[in-house]
Ligand binder design. Structure first.
Ligand code: NAD
Length: 479
């Protein structure tokens, strides 16, 4: 097949060397557009993880002293290589994850922008000096925290690994990354770019394995000083408990259930195209995906009509086909999960305005779907659908919608649309979320912190915060 010729032999990267299966267990990589396996991924054994830990420990002792120029040079070099290799990397991501080629290319560019930002940030790790009346100086400085264990999910197979690696590298830490076994070649390409840009051996290790085996093994080691996880709240809590046993610092980016508040003065001509693009990107498998659409009574039906028109224009298909505007869902678990949530909502009285069915056979395609007037009791109004589904509910007053928006235990992203500046400020303050976007859906940027509150996790990636999350503060008092 022409397209799989871009796909590399899959391997672990430990102590500066790519390691193939050689008798290890393997995992089948499946193309979500066909449901067919097309590659085999070696899985790390305990001895591989021990080797990775020892190598990360050695590399940290050197890398922590690497100057800002060296750290910046590697990150900037890797950013250039990612851009130069965009076609090959994006094709791998489509084959293993399903998103459209255009979306995969955007992901490569986001990762390069993040590495460039982190390169600049290496020069801005400032401290402060406190001068006492006695002449004593107290200095507040920061140091790299130590080797990091990082776990990245499958939904952004390029950018999630870039986030997990960029912060520690900029901070002066080594890192052992376990990306999702579903989408390994994308993560390998990010590591290869760093290696080719001059990253010293051992600073990054890439392991795949049985997730629970790998995380238990790494988090039991005294070498690991920080854990970073992106994924579901259930797994995040489990890993946080393992980390707590060894007092390991954590950054947790867990599930969301983003409210979208459309006030009656919203500019729907602007809001609907933005929201449709954001909702159906990556077939809805995005932690900050617009999810619960609270629409003020007077504009509810107009919104549903305009969004239906947009949904009708979406062309689901293989991500490598340039005509496709939405790929399949990434794995066999997603269509089954979304199907159950939609059926429950309809049984509870929601109206199915668009879609609601799987498409075709063989791949994991699902129709872009809109449920309207969904009761708050429906499971889909509590559980993250992580699929291409819009749910609407009507509201009449500001206080009522704030209560609805803040009702769930999640607090990752939230969106609001209004032409009233005072309302824009009030709603931004009232929503319990790590990220609020008003009159836009652009919620992530290399220089802005990305993270949630409540059961959506804690800590940030991206921005200066993403580097400082991998450093510890130290106060030095000199009389
Ligand atoms: P899951 O909870 O089984 O896995 C989520 C991720 O965690 C995967 O990448 C998996 O490899 C990893 N993982 C699972 N168990 C682990 C362990 N013990 N140690 C280390 N890593 C482990 O769920 P899933 O079926 O892949 O996705 C289900 C839900 O997860 C989605 O509906 C969504 O709510 C959430 N999710 C969130 C994000 C995000 O960006 N926040 C990304 C992917 C999935």
């Amino acid at each position: 097949m022409i397209e799989t010729s871009h796909y590399p032999p899959l391997a672990l990267f430990i102590d500066g060397a790519w390691i193939g299966a050689k008798g290890r267990r393997t995992h089948e990589v499946i193309n979500p557009a066909t449901g067919a396996p097309f590659a085999h991924l070696p899985l790390a054994e305990a001895a591989d993880l021990d080797l990775a830990l020892a190598s990360a420990d050695r590399a940290f002792r050197l890398w922590r002293h690497a100057g800002a120029d060296q750290r910046a040079g590697v990150l900037r070099g890797a950013a250039s290589l990612l851009r130069a290799r965009i076609d090959a990397i994006a094709t791998c991501a489509v084959l293993e994850q399903g998103k459209t080629l255009a979306e995969a290319k955007t992901e490569v560019l986001m990762s390069a922008a993040l590495f460039d930002f982190y390169a600049e940030e290496t020069r801005r790790l400032y401290g402060r000096v406190l001068v006492r009346p006695t002449g004593q100086r107290s200095m507040v400085t920061s140091e790299p925290i130590g080797p990091v264990a990082a776990f990245a999910p499958w939904n952004f197979p390029i950018n999630n690994p870039a986030r997990k690696l960029g912060g520690p590298i900029a901070a002066g830490c080594s890192v052992i990354l376990k990306p999702a076994e579903e989408a390994p070649a994308s993560a390998m390409a990010v590591v290869q770019a760093l290696v080719d840009a001059g990253l010293p051996s051992g600073v990054v290790q890439l392991v795949f394995g049985v997730p629970d085996e790998v995380s238990r093994h790494l988090l039991a080691s005294p070498i690991i000083r920080k854990m970073s996880f992106t994924g579901s709240t259930v797994v995040g809590r489990h890993l946080a408990r393992l980390a707590a046993d060894r007092t390991i610092r954590t950054t947790l980016e867990l599930g969301g259930h983003a409210p979208v508040i459309l006030f009656d003065d919203a500019d729907l001509d602007r809001a609907v195209p933005l929201l449709a693009a954001s909702k159906f990107r990556n077939a809805g498998q995005v932690c900050v995906s617009p999810t619960r659409f609270y629409v003020q009574d007077a504009i509810h039906d107009r919104f549903v009509a305009a969004m239906s028109e947009r949904i009708g224009a979406i062309r689901p298909g293989d991500g490598l086909d340039p005509q496709s505007t939405m790929g399949p869902m990434a794995n066999i678990r997603r269509p089954a999960a979304v199907s159950a949530l939609v059926a429950d909502a309809v049984a509870q009285g929601a109206r199915l305005a668009q879609g609601g069915e799987p498409i075709g056979q063989g791949g994991y395609f699902w129709q872009p779907t809109m449920l309207t007037d969904v009761p708050a009791t429906a499971r889909i109004m509590q559980e993250e659908p992580f699929g291409p589904v819009i749910m609407t509910a009507r509201f009449s007053s500001f206080d009522e919608v704030v209560e609805q928006a803040n009702r769930l235990p999640f607090g990752l992203a939230a969106y609001a649309f209004t032409e009233n500046g005072r309302r824009a400020n009030l709603i931004a303050d009232a929503i319990e979320a790590g990220m609020v976007a008003v009159n836009t859906t652009a919620i992530g940027a290399a220089d802005a912190p990305f993270g949630g509150v409540k059961e959506s996790g804690h800590g940030s990636e991206d921005g200066p915060e993403g580097v400082m999350a991998c450093r510890i503060t130290k106060a030095i008092h000199i009389a």
